[in-house]
Design a binder for this molecule. Structure first.
Ligand code: PMP
Ligand code: GLN
Length: 386
């Protein structure tokens, strides 16, 4: 393994899902739903397979039906107009979109500012692209309910002459933070002032629990032309195994990302692309029900974790709850998560893996709530009894 990747080892998700299997524990670690997405979307995939649509290499940028559906979704929900032929790219999940964007847009030595804790693939992809990551830490606040927040002064101070790109994620995995309109406006102003590119991972765009809803960074003044926006059918339609993601941006930036993408996977997910095109056209009632269902699950797990003695941070978006284990007399999230399957039959993720400043993340542990209610209740029961 080369020096760029040596520090990354095996992803925490693989490690913890294997631990869940080997111990027979409830897996609230890796974020995937335990029920599949809509029946009619599964049927659409079966039809595509049967009719021979997508069984051979689909077009490099994605099948036209899906590119049209992605553009229509961005327009309908956010008023963002993208040309489906030149400004939309289908990828092998958001994971490939992140990798291709960073590989395409970074020169060796460029600095990338990422919110810490950061989704683990960001660090690895920045490294593979020869970039330097500059984490800006979201810190816990305990006024008006516990939550993690961005310090805008720290963000501004992190920009140097070598900064090429801001890598933003909202709703934010693992903290559940949703950046406010004011924070997004400040990020946008900074990007314009310092002429930075922005890659924004918005895979949890449909899992925002406030009335305000999701605000894409690309909608802010001066941002459309410098922002690469990333979405995923895995999150929005509960098909994490299909690996259908996408990028929307300017034609120049999409062309750049596609240049990298063509040598990573070339294409992927043929028949699933047709099914996701139909999924994106589902009526608003699907998205509303999906959000309401996850909100109810959030509340079940949050209550259970609080009763078990965790400090529970408020999840404004995503399907994760971050907790602080110090009220349980614990301080090392790694040790806690490695012992938890034996102690309680539950698997969780230590947030420290998402930090460069590991000590800052040490007492935080993430639980996923994209599981059936009875599973969440059983997990809560086990944690209360431990
Ligand atoms: N970004 C974030 C913040 C995620 O949480 C995930 C996966 N859960 C991804 C990207 C990857 O998405 P995909 O499964 O579509 O590759
Ligand atoms: N994004 C999911 C999570 O945060 C996991 C995806 C993966 O396994 N790479 O749990």
């Amino acid at each position: 393994l080369n020096r760029r990747l040596a520090e990354f080892g095996t992803t925490i998700f693989a490690e913890m899902s294997a631990l869940a299997l080997s111990t027979g524990s409830i897996n609230l670690g890796q974020g995937f739903p335990d029920t599949d997405g809509p029946e009619e979307v599964r049927e659409a995939a079966v039809r595509a397979l049967r009719d021979g649509r997508g069984n051979q290499y689909p077009p490099g940028p994605g099948v036209p039906e899906l590119r049209l559906a992605i553009a229509a979704h961005q327009e309908r929900r956010y008023g963002l107009a993208y040309d489906p032929d030149t400004e939309v790219l289908v990828t092998a999940g958001a994971t490939e979109a992140i990798a291709a964007a960073l590989l395409a847009l970074l020169e060796p030595g460029d600095e990338v500012i990422a919110l810490e804790p950061y989704y683990d693939s960001y660090a690895a992809c920045i490294a593979m692209a020869g970039g330097t990551r500059v984490p800006v830490t979201l810190r816990p606040h305990f006024d008006e309910g516990a939550s993690f927040r961005l310090d805008l002064d720290e963000l501004r101070a992190a920009v140097t002459d070598r900064t090429r790109l801001l890598l933003i994620n909202t709703p934010h995995n693992p903290t559940g933070t949703v950046l406010t309109r004011a924070e997004l406006a400040a990020i946008a102003e900074l990007a314009v002032e310092r002429d930075l590119l922005v890659v924004t991972d918005e895979v949890y765009e449909h899992l925002v629990f406030d009335d305000a809803g999701h605000l894409p960074l690309a909608t802010f003044p001066g941002m459309r032309e410098r922002t690469v926006t990333i979405g995923s059918a895995g999150k929005t339609f509960s098909f994490t195994g299909w690996k259908v993601g996408w990028v929307t941006s300017t034609s120049a930036l999409v062309t750049a990302v596609r240049s990298a993408k063509q040598f990573l996977t070339y294409v992927s997910s043929g028949p699933f692309q047709y099914a996701v095109a139909e999924a994106l056209a589902l009526p608003d009632s699907y998205f509303t029900a999906f959000r309401a269902d996850m909100l109810a699950k959030r509340d079940v797990l949050a209550a259970g974790l609080a009763e078990a003695g965790f400090e529970v941070f408020r999840t404004a978006g995503t399907y994760f709850i971050t907790t602080d284990i110090r009220p349980l007399g614990e301080s090392d999230g790694f040790a806690f998560c490695r012992a938890l399957p034996e102690r309680a039959g539950v698997v969780a993720i230590p947030n420290a893996v998402f930090y460069d400043h590991r000590e800052e993340g040490a007492p935080f542990v993430r639980f996923a709530f994209c599981k059936r209610t009875e599973v969440l209740e059983e997990a809560a029961k086990r944690l209360r009894a431990m």
